[in-house]
Ligand binder design. Structure first.
Ligand code: IPE
Ligand code: IPE
Ligand code: MG
Length: 241
């Protein structure tokens, strides 16, 4: 993809609900984890396409707080895949200027995975070309619950006055506090729901739902979806002149 692929009025922050890995594998008569591995390979291509498309922030939904309801073998296979992904990709992510962050509740994740996540965040903390945020054991309601608990704690300790609690204060306690809100949320696989992703942050995001299953979602289709966004009017409640 070349520099002139940059899209006029394109989104700065894109969030992706990477859905359809399981169906992609089932269609091929393969186990669901085969689809998750194919999906992980797609991530790399999409991240690489970002700079030329003018996308500075990419946030991807890798595992939801509800995904623990899946079979033990799928969950443990996914956790192993996350560990391997970090170990294998760290060097390229660093070299390609990608700053990686994780959002979600780390408490339920195993210690080895959490250590790898912390290390990758630290390793890439000097990068600024693309900001990749991976939502892992993330749920929008869970995030709001954890943020509210920490805020209430500060009130109880006298560090924060209830008078000063407003939407800006609450946003400071969210996992995403250093990130801008997403401009565009893309969900693959034909499902038209948000499944508890970035509930607060997406208040004024545009949405694109595409039928393609995530392992088939290529940079060309990503660019096509970004162009659809570029053609939209965002009004934020106002009336355009
Ligand atoms: C998305 O693909 C990846 C995760 C939720 C981890 P799915 O695993 O949900 O795939 P489908 O929706 O069953 O096809
Ligand atoms: C959302 O997909 C979570 C991720 C992509 C990680 P799901 O497949 O879990 O969502 P539902 O169950 O179809 O709503
Ligand atoms: Mg799914």
């Amino acid at each position: 993809m070349a520099a002139d692929d940059r899209i006029e009025g394109g989104p700065r922050h894109v969030a992706c609900i990477m859905d359809g890995n399981g169906r992609w594998a089932t269609k091929r008569g393969r186990p669901r984890l085969f689809g998750h591995h194919a999906g992980a390979r797609r991530v790399k291509e999409i991240v690489r396409a970002c700079p030329d498309l003018g996308v500075r922030y990419l946030t991807i939904f890798a595992f939801s707080t509800e995904n623990w309801k899946r079979t033990q073998s799928e969950v443990s296979g996914l956790m192993k895949l996350f560990r391997r992904y970090i170990q294998r990709e760290a060097r390229d992510l660093l070299a390609e200027g990608v700053r990686v962050r994780f959002i979600g509740d780390r408490v339920r994740l195993d210690a080895k995975l959490v250590r790898l996540m912390d290390e990758l965040e630290l390793l890439t903390s000097g990068n600024d070309r693309v900001h990749l945020t991976i939502a892992l054991n993330y749920g929008g309601r869970d995030e709001l619950g954890r943020a509210t608990k920490r805020m209430a704690q500060e009130v109880a300790e006298g560090k924060l006055s209830p008078r000063d609690v407003d939407e800006t204060t609450l946003a400071r306690f969210l996992d995403t506090h250093v990130l801008p809100d997403p401009d565009l949320v893309i969900r693959t696989s034909g499902e038209a729901r948000i499944s508890n992703f970035l509930l607060w942050q997406s208040a004024y995001a545009e949405y694109e739902f595409v039928d393609t299953l995530w392992p088939d979602f290529c940079p060309e289709e990503f660019a096509r979806v970004l162009r659809l966004y570029g053609a939209r009017d965002r009004r934020f409640g106002a009336v355009l002149a």
